[in-house]
Write a protein that binds this ligand. Structure first.
Ligand code: CAA
Length: 261
């Protein structure tokens, strides 16, 4: 696989791509060059037919400790406004294949927001989430106020954003921010995320991408529009071979062999 400076990429299991943030000295602070590499790798894997699902992870100590404070420190208003600072971060949400965040250690500020942009979050018991931007004289700028509010409600989001306090993996699980907290152990969270990604990758890709799009519509539209979108996507799947194969296999009591077409 291709070499990057701030990330590592690999294919750890059938159909699974793994992107590891690799700026250990800065606890994976999300500098602009790092995010540019991340976006490039994501697009590459999205276009790679051998891949069905992606995992993004950091180190045991830090998923990512936020946007790069040292890079931001001297920026001016006109600079960040004109250059649409952080806008390219949301390119990640245009990826059609599912992305799982495997979070261990610090997921603070932009690190928390990066995890929230992913489709599923799996966390280690050591994961520490938070939006501490208020302590730096700013507010979250990578979607944290919006995605947290939609996930955990106004009161909790206000508390977190306005006090800047961290929250634990257990809190994140009980609030529905993460889908699963794995057992403790080095590398365990990545193993679990890769396993989950492998299971997703074993399904029909067209249905998986339709499923992702339909769930995302729940966050983008009214209930009526979302239901209409779901039904259209559902109806559309009857034009695929995978629907005939999936339902045929069930009726014939055999395992489905999806061809992603
Ligand atoms: N940006 C730049 N460098 C960072 C960083 C960040 N977000 N987080 C950590 N680092 C660097 C530290 O400066 C330090 O570098 P040096 O060795 O050169 O001094 C190195 O990583 C290790 O960090 P610490 O020595 O601080 O490690 P620690 O274990 O004592 O503390 C920590 C860990 C609590 C996570 C602490 O590093 C910390 O508070 N980091 C900043 C967290 C933060 O405020 N994040 C929000 C950033 S703003 C943002 O993200 C805006 C947005 O919405 C997009």
């Amino acid at each position: 696989t291709k070499q990057y400076e701030y990330i590592l990429t690999s294919k750890p299991a059938d159909g699974v791509a793994l992107i590891t943030l690799n700026r250990p000295k800065a606890l994976n602070a999300l500098s602009s060059p790092l995010f540019a590499e991340l976006n490039k790798a994501l697009v590459e894997f999205d276009e790679d037919d051998s891949i069905g699902a992606l995992v993004i992870t950091g180190s045991d100590r830090a998923f990512a400790a936020g946007a790069d404070i040292k890079e931001m420190r001297d920026k001016t208003y006109s600079e960040v406004f004109k250059n649409r600072f952080l806008e390219s971060w949301s390119d990640l949400t245009k990826i059609r294949k599912p992305i799982i965040a495997a979070v261990s250690g610090y997921a603070l500020g932009g690190g928390c927001e990066l995890a929230l942009m992913c489709d599923i979050i799996v966390a280690s018991p050591t994961a520490v989430f938070g939006q501490p931007e208020i302590n730096l004289g700013v507010i979250p700028g990578g979607g944290g106020t919006q995605r947290l509010a939609r996930t955990i409600g106004k009161s909790r989001t206000m508390e977190l954003v306005l006090t800047g306090r961290n929250f634990s993996a257990i809190e994140a699980e009980s609030w529905g921010v993460v889908s699963k907290v794995v057992d403790e152990g080095e590398g365990k969270v990545v193993q679990e995320a890769v396993k989950m990604a492998g299971l997703i990758a074993s399904k029909g890709k067209v249905a998986v991408q339709a499923g992702k799009e339909a769930v995302n519509d729940a966050y983008e539209s009214s209930l009526t529009e979302g239901l209409k979108s779901e039904r259209r996507l559902f109806h559309g799947l009857f034009a695929t071979h995978d629907q005939k194969e999936g339902m045929g296999a069930f009726a014939e009591k055999r395992k489905a062999k999806f061809t992603h077409s």
